[in-house]
Write a new protein. Structure first.
Length: 98
C-alpha cells in the first residue's frame, strides 16, 4: 500500500550497515510507512532482529504494522501510549537479551 506515511525504507537502509554487528535495532514510530510491502521486504533481509515500539493513536493502524515488522525479523514489539512514557518500553528492550 502506497500512501503518505513515513519513509521507513530509508530508515532501514540507513541502519543497514550496522546489521549483524551485534547491536540492537529499535524502530520507534507511529507505524504508518509510505510503503508497507517494501518496508517488510527490506526488514526480512536483516540478520539482526528489529524491535519496534509503537507510539501513536490508540486505534492507529500502525500498531499492527509494527507488530508484523518486528515479528518478521524475530524482534519484539512494545507500545507506549505517550511520548513521556517512552523511556520504559525502550529500557525493557535494551535490558532483554539479543
Amino acid at each position: 500500500m502506497l500512501d503518505s506515511g513515513t519513509d521507513m525504507v530509508a530508515a532501514l537502509r540507513f541502519v543497514r550497515p550496522a546489521d549483524g554487528l551485534g547491536i540492537r535495532i529499535i524502530l520507534i514510530s507511529d507505524g504508518d510507512p509510505d510503503d508497507d510491502e517494501k518496508t517488510l521486504t527490506l526488514a526480512r533481509q536483516f540478520k539482526s532482529h528489529i524491535d519496534t515500539v509503537y507510539i501513536g493513536p490508540e486505534k492507529g493502524r500502525g500498531r499492527e504494522f509494527l507488530a508484523k515488522l518486528s515479528g518478521a525479523t524475530g524482534g519484539q514489539h512494545l507500545e507506549s501510549i505517550a511520548p513521556a512514557m517512552l523511556a520504559e518500553p525502550v529500557r525493557n528492550l535494551l535490558a532483554a537479551e539479543v
